[in-house]
Design a protein around this ligand. Structure first.
Ligand SMILES: Cc1cc2nc3c(=O)[nH]c(=O)nc-3n(C[C@H](O)[C@H](O)[C@H](O)COP(=O)(O)O)c2cc1C
Length: 180
Protein backbone atom coordinates (compact mmCIF):
# COMPACT_ATOMS: atom_id res chain seq x y z
CA UNK A 1 0.00 0.00 0.00
CA UNK A 2 1.53 3.28 -1.16
CA UNK A 3 0.26 6.53 0.34
CA UNK A 4 1.14 9.80 -1.35
CA UNK A 5 0.71 12.93 0.75
CA UNK A 6 0.48 16.23 -1.13
CA UNK A 7 1.03 18.79 1.60
CA UNK A 8 0.33 22.44 0.77
CA UNK A 9 0.90 24.66 3.81
CA UNK A 10 3.82 27.08 3.86
CA UNK A 11 3.87 26.52 7.65
CA UNK A 12 4.48 23.28 9.50
CA UNK A 13 1.72 24.02 12.00
CA UNK A 14 -1.94 23.00 12.29
CA UNK A 15 -2.46 21.19 8.98
CA UNK A 16 0.89 19.47 9.40
CA UNK A 17 0.01 18.29 12.94
CA UNK A 18 -3.37 16.98 11.76
CA UNK A 19 -1.75 15.17 8.85
CA UNK A 20 0.90 13.67 11.15
CA UNK A 21 -1.85 12.29 13.42
CA UNK A 22 -3.48 10.66 10.38
CA UNK A 23 -0.19 9.11 9.23
CA UNK A 24 0.59 7.80 12.72
CA UNK A 25 -2.61 5.75 12.61
CA UNK A 26 -1.67 3.92 9.40
CA UNK A 27 -0.43 0.34 9.55
CA UNK A 28 3.29 0.13 10.19
CA UNK A 29 4.12 -1.46 6.83
CA UNK A 30 2.40 1.30 4.84
CA UNK A 31 4.74 3.04 2.41
CA UNK A 32 4.24 6.78 2.90
CA UNK A 33 5.70 9.48 0.68
CA UNK A 34 5.23 12.96 2.13
CA UNK A 35 5.66 15.72 -0.45
CA UNK A 36 5.95 19.30 0.71
CA UNK A 37 4.56 20.98 -2.41
CA UNK A 38 5.70 24.42 -1.21
CA UNK A 39 9.28 23.34 -2.00
CA UNK A 40 8.58 22.24 -5.56
CA UNK A 41 9.14 23.97 -8.84
CA UNK A 42 5.79 23.72 -10.63
CA UNK A 43 4.80 26.18 -13.35
CA UNK A 44 1.23 27.21 -13.97
CA UNK A 45 -0.88 25.34 -16.53
CA UNK A 46 -0.96 27.42 -19.72
CA UNK A 47 -4.09 25.75 -21.10
CA UNK A 48 -2.21 24.84 -24.31
CA UNK A 49 -4.13 21.54 -24.61
CA UNK A 50 -0.98 19.59 -25.59
CA UNK A 51 -2.15 16.96 -23.09
CA UNK A 52 -5.41 16.56 -24.97
CA UNK A 53 -3.52 14.83 -27.79
CA UNK A 54 -0.36 13.55 -26.13
CA UNK A 55 -1.76 12.62 -22.70
CA UNK A 56 1.26 14.28 -21.10
CA UNK A 57 2.34 17.81 -20.27
CA UNK A 58 4.67 19.82 -22.48
CA UNK A 59 6.19 21.65 -19.47
CA UNK A 60 9.27 20.00 -17.97
CA UNK A 61 9.45 20.60 -14.23
CA UNK A 62 8.76 18.83 -10.91
CA UNK A 63 5.24 18.01 -12.04
CA UNK A 64 6.53 15.15 -14.25
CA UNK A 65 7.57 13.30 -11.12
CA UNK A 66 4.36 14.14 -9.25
CA UNK A 67 2.19 12.81 -12.08
CA UNK A 68 4.11 9.50 -11.98
CA UNK A 69 3.77 9.32 -8.21
CA UNK A 70 0.01 9.96 -8.43
CA UNK A 71 -0.34 7.11 -10.96
CA UNK A 72 1.69 4.82 -8.67
CA UNK A 73 -0.12 5.57 -5.39
CA UNK A 74 -2.91 3.49 -3.84
CA UNK A 75 -4.02 6.37 -1.65
CA UNK A 76 -3.73 10.12 -2.19
CA UNK A 77 -3.88 12.50 0.76
CA UNK A 78 -4.55 16.12 -0.10
CA UNK A 79 -3.53 18.25 2.87
CA UNK A 80 -4.05 22.01 3.01
CA UNK A 81 -5.11 24.92 5.14
CA UNK A 82 -8.08 26.82 3.71
CA UNK A 83 -6.94 29.94 1.89
CA UNK A 84 -9.84 32.06 0.60
CA UNK A 85 -12.21 29.12 0.58
CA UNK A 86 -9.97 26.69 -1.24
CA UNK A 87 -6.58 24.94 -1.15
CA UNK A 88 -3.39 27.04 -1.05
CA UNK A 89 -1.93 28.29 -4.31
CA UNK A 90 0.87 25.68 -4.09
CA UNK A 91 -1.72 22.94 -4.42
CA UNK A 92 -3.93 24.81 -6.88
CA UNK A 93 -1.01 25.08 -9.33
CA UNK A 94 -0.34 21.36 -8.89
CA UNK A 95 -4.01 20.44 -9.34
CA UNK A 96 -4.29 22.48 -12.54
CA UNK A 97 -1.27 20.63 -13.90
CA UNK A 98 -3.20 17.36 -13.44
CA UNK A 99 -5.09 18.22 -16.62
CA UNK A 100 -3.33 15.31 -18.48
CA UNK A 101 -4.96 12.93 -15.97
CA UNK A 102 -8.33 14.62 -16.40
CA UNK A 103 -8.14 14.46 -20.21
CA UNK A 104 -7.03 10.84 -20.20
CA UNK A 105 -10.01 9.87 -18.08
CA UNK A 106 -12.86 12.19 -19.03
CA UNK A 107 -12.10 13.34 -22.58
CA UNK A 108 -10.03 10.61 -24.27
CA UNK A 109 -11.58 7.95 -22.02
CA UNK A 110 -8.56 5.61 -22.10
CA UNK A 111 -8.91 5.00 -18.39
CA UNK A 112 -12.08 4.69 -16.37
CA UNK A 113 -11.37 2.60 -13.28
CA UNK A 114 -11.44 4.24 -9.86
CA UNK A 115 -8.83 2.15 -8.05
CA UNK A 116 -7.42 4.52 -5.45
CA UNK A 117 -8.64 6.01 -2.22
CA UNK A 118 -8.56 9.73 -1.58
CA UNK A 119 -8.41 11.56 1.74
CA UNK A 120 -8.74 15.30 2.31
CA UNK A 121 -7.19 16.86 5.41
CA UNK A 122 -7.69 20.55 6.06
CA UNK A 123 -7.73 23.20 8.73
CA UNK A 124 -9.59 26.51 8.61
CA UNK A 125 -9.10 29.58 10.75
CA UNK A 126 -12.79 30.48 10.88
CA UNK A 127 -15.96 28.67 11.98
CA UNK A 128 -17.81 28.89 8.67
CA UNK A 129 -18.98 25.39 7.74
CA UNK A 130 -19.27 26.37 4.07
CA UNK A 131 -15.52 25.77 3.95
CA UNK A 132 -16.23 22.04 4.28
CA UNK A 133 -18.38 22.02 1.11
CA UNK A 134 -15.95 24.13 -0.80
CA UNK A 135 -12.86 22.06 0.14
CA UNK A 136 -14.74 18.80 -0.50
CA UNK A 137 -15.76 19.95 -3.96
CA UNK A 138 -12.18 20.74 -5.00
CA UNK A 139 -10.85 17.50 -3.49
CA UNK A 140 -13.56 15.30 -5.03
CA UNK A 141 -12.94 16.62 -8.52
CA UNK A 142 -9.15 16.39 -8.13
CA UNK A 143 -9.36 12.85 -6.73
CA UNK A 144 -11.60 11.67 -9.57
CA UNK A 145 -9.11 12.97 -12.13
CA UNK A 146 -6.45 10.91 -10.31
CA UNK A 147 -8.66 7.81 -10.39
CA UNK A 148 -9.40 8.06 -6.68
CA UNK A 149 -12.59 8.16 -4.67
CA UNK A 150 -12.69 10.69 -1.85
CA UNK A 151 -13.43 8.32 1.03
CA UNK A 152 -12.77 10.63 3.97
CA UNK A 153 -12.41 14.25 4.95
CA UNK A 154 -10.63 15.14 8.18
CA UNK A 155 -10.78 18.74 9.27
CA UNK A 156 -10.53 21.22 12.08
CA UNK A 157 -12.29 24.59 11.93
CA UNK A 158 -11.69 27.68 14.07
CA UNK A 159 -7.91 27.26 14.44
CA UNK A 160 -7.33 31.02 14.46
CA UNK A 161 -9.24 31.28 17.75
CA UNK A 162 -8.59 28.01 19.54
CA UNK A 163 -5.81 26.23 17.64
CA UNK A 164 -6.03 22.55 16.82
CA UNK A 165 -8.46 20.69 19.06
CA UNK A 166 -7.58 17.30 20.53
CA UNK A 167 -10.76 15.73 19.14
CA UNK A 168 -9.68 16.51 15.58
CA UNK A 169 -6.30 14.87 16.21
CA UNK A 170 -8.05 11.84 17.67
CA UNK A 171 -10.43 11.67 14.68
CA UNK A 172 -7.48 11.81 12.27
CA UNK A 173 -5.71 8.96 14.08
CA UNK A 174 -8.82 6.78 14.33
CA UNK A 175 -9.84 7.40 10.71
CA UNK A 176 -6.52 6.19 9.33
CA UNK A 177 -6.69 3.09 11.55
CA UNK A 178 -9.98 2.11 9.93
CA UNK A 179 -9.39 3.29 6.39
CA UNK A 180 -7.27 0.55 4.80
C1 LIG B 1 -3.97 33.88 2.89
C2 LIG B 1 -4.87 33.22 3.90
C3 LIG B 1 -6.19 32.97 3.56
C4 LIG B 1 -7.04 32.34 4.49
N1 LIG B 1 -8.34 32.11 4.12
C5 LIG B 1 -9.18 31.50 5.00
C6 LIG B 1 -10.54 31.23 4.65
O1 LIG B 1 -10.99 31.51 3.56
N2 LIG B 1 -11.33 30.64 5.58
C7 LIG B 1 -10.87 30.29 6.82
O2 LIG B 1 -11.64 29.74 7.63
N3 LIG B 1 -9.57 30.50 7.17
C8 LIG B 1 -8.72 31.09 6.30
N4 LIG B 1 -7.40 31.32 6.64
C9 LIG B 1 -6.89 30.80 7.94
C10 LIG B 1 -6.19 29.44 7.80
O3 LIG B 1 -6.99 28.52 7.10
C11 LIG B 1 -5.88 28.84 9.17
O4 LIG B 1 -5.09 29.73 9.93
C12 LIG B 1 -5.19 27.49 9.05
O5 LIG B 1 -5.48 26.68 10.17
C13 LIG B 1 -3.67 27.60 8.90
O6 LIG B 1 -3.13 26.33 8.77
P1 LIG B 1 -1.55 26.03 8.93
O7 LIG B 1 -1.23 26.19 10.40
O8 LIG B 1 -1.37 24.63 8.48
O9 LIG B 1 -0.82 27.02 8.08
C14 LIG B 1 -6.54 31.95 5.75
C15 LIG B 1 -5.20 32.20 6.08
C16 LIG B 1 -4.36 32.83 5.16
C17 LIG B 1 -2.90 33.08 5.54
Amino acid sequence: MKVLVLFGSPRKKYTYELTKAFLEGLEKDTEVEFIDTTKLNISHCKGCNYCLKEMKCIIKDDMEDILNKIEDADMIVLSSPVYFGTVTSFLKVLIDRCQPLYNKRFVLKVEDKIKKKGVLIFTAGGKNKKMIDSMNLVAKFFMLSCGAELVNTIYCLNTDEVGLDKEALQRAYITSKSIL
